[in-house]
Design a protein around this ligand. Sequence first.
Ligand code: 2M8
Length: 431
Amino acid sequence: MSTRLTGDETALWQAAARVLDANWTGAATAASPGLYPHQWSWDSAFISMGLARHRPDRAEAELLSLFRGQWADGMLPHLVFNSSLARHAFFPGPELWRSEHQPGAPRGVHTSGLTHPPLHALAALRLHKCAPDADGSRAFLARLYPLLAAQHRHLARTRDLAGGGLIAICHPWESGLDNSPAWDRPLGRLRLPPTAYAPAHVPRTLPTGEDYDRYVRLAILMREAGYDPGYLRDSHPFAVEDPLVNATYIASTHALAEIAALVGGDPVPHRERAGHVHAALRERLWDTEAGCFRARDLREDRLLPVVTAASFGPLLDPDLPAPIVRDLVDLLLSARFAGAAGYPVPTCDIQAPAFDRGGYWRGPTWISTNWLLWYGSLAHGLPVVADLLYGSTMRLVRQSGFREFFDPFDGTGRGSHDHSWSAALVLDLLG
Ligand code: 2M8
């Protein structure tokens, strides 16, 4: 803990550390007690950054535990199941993915067959930058580097579905922003069989019903195709290039270049890749008229209409040109986002018909997206925006605790309590 914290900040720091201690399973951190008892991929990246400030040993263990689930082709699953829990501890469990039948999936651990925003190289580098023992941390990076490089290789080889340089998601869960209104249109095209999949009493609040059936249907289609990249490219009904996912990819690719340099690898191919994705992001997802980034639906080859918090994700690209940064900041501060929310940043344009202040990823404020935009704002030398995001995040957790998500107007906490990434990212912000 930093010695420059005020008494109030020290109390917040200690409360956040207690949440991470309580959610530690012995090998990794549950995303949240009860509701999400397993290890989720981008959660673990965020969590490791908080653990780095509190228990650096656990920060490294957290990432290594996640990479136990990596497939032979480099695919890092979005969910690694804790085998000591009952199979029905979470729906959908291992039976949906059947990873044990995939020749490339690891033995002795069940995983999903999807991936998540690739934040892990960025997290690993952040761990190194605040590590108390620089040599020990370099040894850890040397161990993780080939796994991170394989993860990135997998994305470049199998997920550039349109061949334009960006990576595509094949399921809303791969975006991390599960029920974002951006997915309504491509999901709406999906034809469902007459029987529903989701059990009537799934222990969750949102989303439910038909949304859930569509998520499960997409997962079954992927499984039935053996998670084959050719199927994903040519036939899978859901294929979208998302600005936030691609921005995390760029930021992590830059981090991977730095890690390569630290461990005696070659940073050049990673730098070249980052430059390539940077150019493609602007070419394929920038909407000049609207002055923001939008997701591209590859099956209709057009930009999706709704503007969400993901539209600001490219602030994570350190090479984003100043005029684009200015347009993004204007929109972020306008009445469509921060300007009309007491507790920014809402996950959806407040003026969009799909906006729902309590609707999971359809409006509420989340600590994870706030942290990403805070980090991107600092990288672009935008202290006013960074301070706004920092202040909003601190007010949310002081008022409502480490909840999963929050009402953007009055800060009411929603979803799970003691959500790990909410606690971890507050530790990172407090420094
Ligand atoms: C939510 O996602 C899971 C699906 O994987 C769920 O709804 O069951 C999302 O908020 C996702 O971003 C997050 O990683 C996960 C665990 O916190 O929960």
